[in-house]
Design a binder for this molecule. Structure first.
Ligand SMILES: C[C@H](N)[C@H](N)CCCCCC(=O)O
Length: 775
C-alpha cells in the first residue's frame, strides 16, 4: 500500500476547489475557471475532476480515494502543460465516503486551494470559518472566489479581510442567470453566462496569480537546498561533508510521511516533484500520532487562542494543572507527586540532576561546593546542553566540547539482542569473570520476566558485582548524588537494549547501600512518616525522554523494570511530537530538599517558555489519544505478530543449561502477558529472520515501535562507524514511488514508527530491509 504523494507537477497546475458551504457555486466556479484557462492559456489542456461525480469517491477509504485521484492526475500530467481543478464535495467539513471531512480528507494531497466563498446572508462568517479550517490543516489558500451578490455584498468585507490575511486575492463574478423553463434555453443561457464570466478581467487576474504562485512555489523548492547549505548550521552534521543534494527538502508532512522534493524531478517535467518518505527516525524520536494530526493541531490552536504564552512562576493555568494531574496518575508511581515543567529533554534532565544532587547533598550533609558525581551506564546520553552532557562518560558527542567535564561512574552491563535467531543476554568480555557467560532465552518476554529472573543466580551475581564496584568507589572517596538511567534502552548512545535485570539490580543495590554514599552522618535522615516516597541510597532518576510514553509499548518504561524512580523525565512523545515540552516529575522528599526560608535555596530554574500552555494542551490531547489507542486494542495486530503468549514457541534447540525460560515451571510462553506483554510493531519472525543475516548483522532487537539493527563492522562499532550507511542508503532509494528517511547511530541502523503506523506500512519497510540484507 504505497503512501499518498502530495500533488505538485511542473507541467500541470492542480488546484483544489473547496466550498465555504454547500450550494455556494463550486461547480459553477470550477467551470468558469476551466473556461478561463481555455481562453487564455491556449496551449494548455484543462481538466476537471469531481471525485463524487466520477465515482472515485465511492472508494471505501481515504487511502483508496486519494491514490485513485493521484493516479488519475498522474495520467493527465503525462500529456504536456495543463490545468486540473479538483472539486471537493459540500463544505470544508462535509464528510467524505470514509467519514473523514473534506478538509482532512484531501490534506495529504496539499494542492493549492481556491476557496469558493459564500455570498448569501451569513456567508462572511462561513467563508472565514472555512478559511481558518483549511489554514490550520496546512492548506495554502491562493484565492477566494464568490458571486457578486449586490444585496449583501459579502465580497466587500471579505476583500479587506483577506488582504490582511496573507494578501489572498478575492474575486467575484456575477451570479448565474435565473433558471430557464426548458432544457435547451437553460443550456444556451448557461453557455452564454460561462462565456462572459470566464472573460471577465478578474478571472484573468486570478489565473495569473495562481500560475505565478505555483511557479514561485516550485522555484522556492528548487532553490532551497543551495540556500540552506549557505545559510543553515545543521545539528549533528559534519557540514563539510554535506553536499546540497543530500539535504531533504520537506514540503510538508502527513501521518508517517514527509513529502520531500524528488531531485530527479528537476530534470524531468513529467515527474511529480514530491515523493513520500517514511519518517524513520520519527523526527528524532518525537512522533507519535502522525504529522499534522488534526486533533493535536486543534488543541494547539485552542491553547494559542486562549493563552498565547503566559509566564508560569507563581501562576497556574488549566492545561498545566490538568497535565500534571494526568501524568502523576498515569505514571502509576506512588513516589511521584510534583511536576516541574521545562521545554526539552536535555533541560528536563538537567533539572532532574539539580533535584537529585540537592536532595543527596542535604541528606548527607555535604557542603554546596562539593564535587558530586552521577552513577550511570556506559553510553548513556541525556542531552546536548552542558549540564546534561556532564552526566555522560566521554563519547563522540561530548569529548570535543571544550567545557565538557564528565562527572560520574558509568557501569558496563549486559545487553539484549537477537542473534542468529536466539534472544541473548550478552555479557561484555570485560565482565565475564564477574557476571558469567551470555545466556539465551526462549523469547524477549522471557528476558523481561523479571519476577522469575530475580529468583535466579544471575540476579545475585549482578547485585554482587554492583555492590563490589560501589564499595571500591566508596573507598576511593568519590561522592555520588544520583543514579541516572535511561530505562531499558539507551537512545543516542547507540540504541542499546540493556538487560532489564541489570538495571533492576542496580536500582536495588543503590537503594540498599546508603552506607556506601554517606561520608558523614546524614544531616536529615529519612523519617518514618516519609514512607513510600522516601528515597534511600541515592535519588533514582529515570530519563524516559526517549523510552517513555508508549515508545517501548508502555505508558512508562519504568514499568518494564518494575522500578519506581524518585524522579522521572518525560518529553518527545509527551506532545506527540508537535511542540517542545518536558516534564520532570519528582517525589515529595526531593521537593522538600529545596524548602527553606531562604529564597535562594529554591530550585532557581525556569525557562521563558516553561509550562507553555500550547505544549500542555497538546500533551493532554496526545496522552489521552495514546491511552485510548491502548485501551481499544489498536496494537493487537502487532502483539499478534509473534509476541503474544500463544505464539511464543517452546524452545527445542537450546540445552537446559544454556536456556533460561520465562517461567520456573518450564513454560516458555509469555508469563508477562497478564502483567503487560512485551511486544513490537516489528514482527517477531522478521526480527529473528534479520538476526540470521550473520554476514551483515551482528544483532537486532525490537520493542514497541523501535527496531535497532547492529551492522557488523570489523573496524569497530560506535558513532564514528559507517557500517549502517549502506542500509540507510538502500532505504533512502526506497521502493519507487516512496522511500524512507532515517538516521543512523554509527553501526546501528534504527527505524521506528509512530503509535498510528499501520501493519501494511511496517510490512513494506520490513520487505525493504530484508531486500537489502539479502542482496
Ligand atoms: C535528538 C536527541 N534528543 C539528541 N539530542 C540527539 C541524539 C543523537 C542523534 C545523532 C544523529 O542523529 O546523528
Amino acid at each position: 500500500m504505497a503512501p499518498t504523494s502530495s500533488i505538485l507537477w511542473r507541467n500541470l497546475r492542480v488546484h483544489q476547489i473547496y466550498g465555504a458551504n454547500t450550494d455556494v457555486g463550486k461547480t459553477v466556479f470550477t467551470t468558469i475557471l476551466c473556461n478561463a484557462v481555455a481562453k487564455r492559456y491556449k496551449r494548455d489542456q484543462t481538466f476537471f475532476l469531481k471525485p463524487v461525480s466520477t465515482g472515485l469517491a465511492q472508494e471505501s477509504d481515504s487511502w483508496s480515494l486519494l491514490s485513485a485521484i493521484s493516479e488519475h492526475i498522474a495520467r493527465r500530467a503525462e500529456h504536456g502543460p495543463g490545468w486540473l481543478f479538483l472539486e471537493t464535495a459540500g463544505g470544508v467539513h462535509s464528510p467524505g465516503p470514509s467519514g473523514t471531512t473534506q478538509a482532512d480528507l484531501y490534506t495529504p494531497l496539499r494542492a493549492p486551494v481556491v476557496l469558493v466563498g459564500d455570498a448569501k446572508l451569513g456567508g462572511i462568517s462561513q467563508t472565514i470559518a472555512a478559511f481558518e479550517a483549511l489554514k490550520i490543516r496546512g492548506h495554502d489558500i491562493e484565492a477566494v472566489l464568490l458571486f457578486r451578490d449586490l444585496e449583501y455584498k459579502n465580497y466587500v468585507y471579505l476583500r479587506d479581510y483577506f488582504q490582511t490575511r496573507g494578501h489572498v486575492p478575492v474575486e467575484t463574478v456575477s451570479p448565474p442567470p435565473a433558471q430557464c423553463e426548458d432544457d435547451s434555453s437553460e443550456t444556451a443561457s448557461m453557455l452564454s453566462y460561462y462565456d462572459s464570466a470566464s472573460s471577465e478581467d478578474g478571472m484573468a487576474g486570478i489565473l495569473h496569480a495562481l500560475d505565478q504562485r505555483a511557479k514561485d512555489r516550485i522555484a522556492r523548492l528548487d532553490s532551497m537546498r543551495d540556500k540552506a547549505s549557505n545559510t543553515i548550521w545543521y545539528p549533528f552534521t559534519q557540514q563539510k561533508l554535506l553536499t546540497p543534494d543530500r539535504i531533504s527538502v520537506i514540503d510538508s508532512a502527513h501521518g508517517d510521511y514527509f513529502q520531500v522534493l524528488d531531485s530527479e524531478s528537476q530534470s524531468s517535467s513529467n515527474r511529480p516533484l514530491l515523493k513520500p518518505a517514511f519518517d524513520g527516525s520519527a523526527s528524532w524520536w518525537t512522533q507519535g500520532l502522525g504529522h499534522a494530526n488534526p486533533q493535536l493541531t486543534l488543541a494547539a490552536a485552542y491553547a494559542a487562542g486562549r493563552y498565547g504564552h503566559v509566564m508560569f512562576a507563581e501562576a497556574i493555568h488549566e492545561p498545566a494543572l490538568a497535565l500534571a494531574e494526568l501524568l502523576l496518575k498515569e505514571l502509576g508511581n506512588p513516589r511521584l507527586s510534583r511536576v516541574f515543567y521545562s521545554d526539552n529533554g536535555s533541560t528536563g534532565c538537567e533539572v532532574a540532576v539539580k533535584m537529585g544532587l540537592r536532595a543527596a547533598r542535604t541528606r548527607y550533609g555535604w557542603a554546596p561546593g562539593e564535587r558530586l558525581e552521577i552513577l550511570g551506564l556506559k553510553g548513556s546520553y541525556h542531552g546536548d546542553t552542558m549540564g546534561a552532557m556532564d552526566c555522560s562518560q566521554p563519547c563522540a558527542f561530548n569529548e570535543k566540547v571544550e567545557w565538557y567535564d564528565g562527572k560520574g561512574f558509568w557501569f558496563d552491563y549486559p545487553t539484549v539482542q537477537c542473534t542468529n535467531g536466539k534472544w541473548t543476554v550478552a555479557v561484555p568480555d570485560a565482565l565475564r569473570n564477574d557476571l558469567g557467560d551470555s545466556t539465551q532465552f526462549a523469547s524477549l518476554s522471557s528476558v523481561f520476566d523479571l519476577d522469575s529472573r530475580t529468583r535466579d543466580g544471575q540476579f545475585e551475581g549482578y547485585k554482587r558485582y554492583i555492590s563490589e564496584t560501589l564499595e571500591q568507589l566508596h573507598d576511593q572517596g568519590r561522592r555520588f548524588g544520583a543514579l541516572m538511567l535511561e530505562p531499558v534502552v539507551l537512545g543516542a548512545g547507540g540504541m542499546l537494549l540493556v538487560d532489564p535485570l541489570f538495571q533492576r539490580a542496580l536500582v536495588e543495590v543503590v537503594r540498599a547501600s546508603s552506607h556506601l554514599f554517606e561520608t558523614t552522618a546524614p544531616s536529615s535522615p529519612p523519617t518514618s512518616d516519609e514512607h513510600a516516597s522516601s528515597w534511600s541510597g541515592l535519588p533514582v532518576i529515570f530519563d524516559e525522554v526517549f523510552t517513555g510514553l508508549y515508545r517501548l509499548g508502555r505508558f512508562s518504561a519504568a514499568s518494564l523494570l518494575g522500578v519506581n524512580p524518585d524522579i522521572s523525565v518525560h518529553a518527545k512523545l509527551l506532545t506527540g511530537g508537535l511542540v517542545p515540552l518536558c516534564a520532570t516529575v519528582a517525589s515529595e522528599p526531593i521537593f522538600a530538599a529545596f524548602a527553606s526560608d531562604d529564597k535562594s535555596d529554591a530550585l532557581l530554574h525556569g525557562h521563558s517558555y516553561t509550562a507553555h500552555a500550547v505544549g500542555c494542551q497538546v500533551a493532554l490531547e496526545s496522552l489521552s489519544e495514546m491511552q485510548s489507542l491502548d485501551a481499544r486494542g489498536a496494537w493487537d495486530w502487532a502483539k499478534a505478530n509473534g509476541w503474544s503468549a500463544a505464539q511464543t514457541p517452546p524452545d527445542t534447540t537450546m540445552t537446559a543449561a544454556s536456556v533460561i525460560n520465562s517461567s520456573s515451571s518450564g513454560d516458555s510462553s509469555d508469563v508477562n502477558y497478564s502483567k503487560g506483554l512485551v511486544w513490537s510493531i516489528w514482527s517477531r519472525d522478521f526480527v529473528e529472520n534479520v538476526s540470521q543475516k550473520m554476514d551483515k548483522v551482528s544483532g537486532v532487537w525490537a520493542l514497541g515501535s523501535v527496531l535497532a539493527i547492529s551492522m557488523r563492522d570489523e573496524k569497530g562499532s560506535g558513532y564514528k562507524s559507517n557500517a549502517a550507511v549502506s542500509l540507510r542508503t538502500a532505504l533512502h532509494k526506497g521502493a519507487g514511488s516512496w522511500n524512507a528517511h532515517t538516521r543512523v547511530l554509527g553501526n546501528v541502523f534504527y527505524v521506528m514508527g509512530g503509535q498510528k503506523t499501520d501493519k501494511e506500512t511496517v510490512e513494506e519497510l520490513q520487505a525493504l530491509i530484508l531486500d537489502f540484507l539479502d542482496s
